[in-house]
Design a protein around this ligand. Structure first.
Ligand SMILES: O=P(O)(O)O[C@@H]1C[C@H](O)[C@@H](CO)O1
Length: 291
């Protein structure tokens, strides 16, 4: 380690080498599962799975609905690695720890990152259970200086000043929309802007109104740092938000959001999300590597 917070190339490499020594799978696709969406990983065939606590250098998951397991396997002929549980800033992890797995994936040979999350709906037309294809994000902690790329830049991963325009791959978004149409999902699929906040509290009404005015369609507590680091090291990115609750923007509205409700809606739609991701992965233009 360089300092308390900075992680050096060797640290990522050690974890990647350990994983490569434990599994024959050589994934080109990584999937990060959001709150209550971990069953996506159950669709993988020929699984090799590892508890985060057994993986050298890996952080630990502390949130209900995040199992803390890294699963390698085959999804419709494409080798994938899937995080059943991610790390959030509000758990007390530094952003380098939050994004640690993404750089490990890069060293494993991953080329495409698929992120999913549970999010609150801000856009007026959004309903609970809608799936939002992420077009772009607003990284509020990042804009305020909380950025996983802070510190000495590791040029082996990417440039000091990476662009953030066009990060959510246009072709993958188009493909996802085509798939949704053919599966009959279009009536509950949206495309919009995800805004990351630090959490762990949900938004006040004034904050919700502010985020809505900023142009955010959905709000959550993850994803942007992972996407930032993936894009920095040259990965293609695709993201989905499951709208698990309406974010209250009206002082007369007595509705209160809670994590149990978020997990309930995630559970209700997790199979649909799994179908969409599986179909998308099966249509990715990649060839598998072998060990
Ligand atoms: O990991 P994600 O972003 O899906 O988790 C969301 C945000 C909070 O961690 C939690 C709130 O219920 O769900």
């Amino acid at each position: 380690m360089h300092s308390k917070d900075q992680i050096c190339h060797d640290d990522y490499q050690k974890t990647a080498d350990w994983l490569l020594s434990q599994t024959q799978h050589r994934p080109k696709v990584a999937i990060i599962c959001g709150s209550g969406l971990g069953m996506l990983a159950d669709a993988l065939k020929l699984q090799d799975s590892f508890q985060y606590s057994d993986i050298p250098g890996f952080p630990q998951s502390t949130v209900q609905g995040h199992a803390g397991r890294l699963v390698f396997g085959d999804l419709k002929g494409k080798t994938c690695v899937c995080m059943q549980g991610r790390f959030h800033m509000y758990e007390g992890h530094s952003l380098c720890k939050v994004t640690f797995p993404v750089r490990v994936f890069k060293l494993l040979g991953v080329e495409t990152l698929i992120v999913t999350n549970a999010a609150g709906g801000l856009a007026d037309g959004y309903c609970n259970g809608d799936i939002m294809i992420i077009r772009d994000h607003i990284n509020l902690p990042g804009m305020a200086g909380l950025n996983p790329l802070n510190g000495i830049n590791d040029d082996k991963f990417g440039p000091r000043f990476p662009p953030m325009s066009g990060v959510y791959d246009k072709d993958l978004r188009r493909l996802a929309k085509d798939i949704c149409k053919s599966l009959g999902f279009s009536q509950f699929v949206q495309e919009g802007v995800y805004c990351m906040v630090g959490g762990p509290n949900f938004e006040s009404i004034a904050e919700a109104r502010f985020l809505h005015k900023l142009g955010a369609d959905a709000v959550g507590m993850s994803t942007a740092p992972e996407v930032l680091v993936a894009s920095h090291c040259g990965m293609k990115v695709f993201g989905l938000s499951l709208i698990t609750n309406k974010v209250v923007k009206d002082y007369e509205d007595m509705e209160r959001v809670n994590h149990e409700g978020v997990l309930g809606v995630s559970k209700m739609r997790s199979e649909t999300l799994q179908t969409l991701v599986t179909e998308l992965v099966s249509r990715l233009d990649i060839n598998n590597n072998t060990a």
